[in-house]
Ligand binder design. Sequence first.
Ligand code: SAM
Length: 332
Amino acid sequence: MRDQYGRELTDLRISLTDRCNLRCTYCMPAEGLPVQPADQLLQADEIARLTRIAVEQLGVRQVRFTGGEPLLRKDLVDIIASCAALEPRPEISLTTNAIGLSSRASALAAAGLDRINVSLDTVHAATFLEVTRRPFLDRVLAGIDAATAAGLKPVKINAVLLRGVNDDQAAELLEWSLERGHQLRFIEQMPLDADHAWERSTMITAAEIRARIGERFTLVPDDEPRDGAPAELFRVHPLSGGDSLGLVGIIASVSEPFCADCRRTRLTAEGGVRSCLFSHSETDLLGPLRAGANDRDLAELWRSAMWSKPAGHGLDTDDFVQPLRTMSAIGG
Ligand code: SAM
C-alpha cells in the first residue's frame, strides 16, 4: 500500500483499547476520558481479520499493538498468537506501561511477541506519581524485569521529558537503562494531551535532550541506516572515552519531523483508519466489516484512506489545530 507521495506503508499500529490505568499528564486528564462500550471495539477475530488483510493484501510487515493500555485486554495473548500465524509473518511488537506484565510476559513471548516498548519517564516513585497520577512504579519495574526474563530483549524504554518535572533526570534514566541492557528512547512531547497544556516554547526539544545527556555521556550518531525508524540512534560512550555502553534513541517528532519517511498506517480501537497521528478524520472499517464487506472491499477502503496521507503533520504551520482525540484514544 502506498500513499500519494509514494511512501510505502508497511508499518501498522493497532490500538486495542482506549482505556488506561494511568493518567499521564501529557496524555489524559486526571478524571479520565469517556470510553467506548466494549462491543464497539474491535473484537479479537476482527483484529485477526484486519491484520491478515493488512499483511496479505496491503504489504504490512510490522504490527505494533498499543492503546490505551493493551495489557487491559484479556485476549491479548490470543490476538498476538493469531498475528504470529500470518504468512508472511510480520514483526510483532507491543507498547505498554507494563502494569500487569510481570504475570504475562512469558505467555506473550510464547505467543509470538517479538519486541516490547515500555513507557517509563522516571525511576523515582515521587516523580512517577506526579507524571502518571498513580503510585505504580514498582509494578512497572517488575513488568520490565519479567519482559527481560522472558527474552523480550532489549526492552525499549519510552520516556517523555517534562520541564520542571523530570527533565533533570534524563542522564540518570539513561544510566539506569544502560546498566540493565534496556534501550532508552526519548520522545518529544507532542500536542496530544487532553488538557491542551502543550506549548512549543516550553517543551523539551531533541537538541536540549542531547545537550542534557551530553553533560554525562558522549553521543556518537549510529552508523546503521535509519530505515524509516522514528528514533535517531546514538552510541553512548563515557565522557572519559572508551567503549560504547549501548544505544539511546531520540524521537524528535516536533522539532525534527521525519514525516517524509513515515511508513505508518493506524487503526483505532474502534476500527478507524487514521493516515496520520494528527489527522482530523478517520475511515471506519469496523462498520463495513460487520455489515458483511469482503476482504477485497475492506482492503480497498483502507488503501484509499491511506492514499491521502498528508505530506507532513503540519505542527510547524500557523494553521495547525490539535486533534480532538488524545494519544490514549488514538493509539500512541
Ligand atoms: N499505555 C501504553 C503505554 O503507556 O505505552 C500505550 C499507549 S501510550 C499513549 C503510548 C506512548 O505514547 C507512550 O510511550 C506515551 O509516553 C506516549 N505519549 C502519550 N502522550 C504523548 C504526548 N502528548 N507526546 C508524546 N508522547 C506521548
